[in-house]
Design a protein around this ligand. Structure first.
Ligand SMILES: [Zn+2]
Ligand SMILES: [Zn+2]
Length: 157
């Protein structure tokens, strides 16, 4: 079972160390079910005792994006949010603008359209980034409770 080591000292290259940190970043992301920014993921990693720098987190996320291992959405300020991609591949999401919760949506019509555009044009390797945002049901309830009028009438009392 155990791998035999030839030398007395395990030789750890910088590359191996970096790779190990990236694997750690990936596993923190895999455990998180919602989209997170690099900064949020860095805090989560720190809380879990994973010691990585913010730069490593950024790099690991970009690499996962390039390798198709993470899905990406942009938040309202244009910051990239990441989520581990499901094993069955490419996915689109509906994301709540208020709390950030997300759910995968059926995008087969969109994918068919993209494929058709690819065939009808002389472009190759088409990429697309499509996201839908809205306000989820729990957040709609909060908005209703916070509606003006409630507080106004309370002040009058
Ligand atoms: Zn919400
Ligand atoms: Zn798509």
């Amino acid at each position: 079972m155990g791998r035999r080591r030839s030398g007395q000292h395990a030789h750890v290259t910088l590359g191996a160390r970096t790779a190990r940190r990236r694997v750690a970043v990936e596993s923190v992301l895999a455990d998180h079910e919602e989209f997170v920014s690099a900064r949020q993921l860095h805090s989560l990693a720190t809380l879990q005792g994973v010691r990585v720098g913010l730069t490593t987190v950024y790099r690991a996320l970009r690499e996962m994006e390039e390798r198709g291992r993470a899905d990406v959405v942009l938040d309202e300020s244009g910051e990239r949010l990441y989520r581990m991609r499901a094993a069955d591949g490419h996915q689109h999401y509906l994301i709540c603008r208020s709390c950030g919760t997300s759910r995968a949506i059926d995008s087969s019509a969109l994918e068919d359209w993209v494929e058709r555009v690819g065939k009808d044009s002389d472009f190759a390797a088409l990429e697309h980034l499509v996201q839908l945002s809205g306000v989820c049901a729990p957040c709609q309830d909060v908005t209703r409770e916070d509606a003006p009028g409630w507080e106004d009438s309370a002040d009058l009392g």
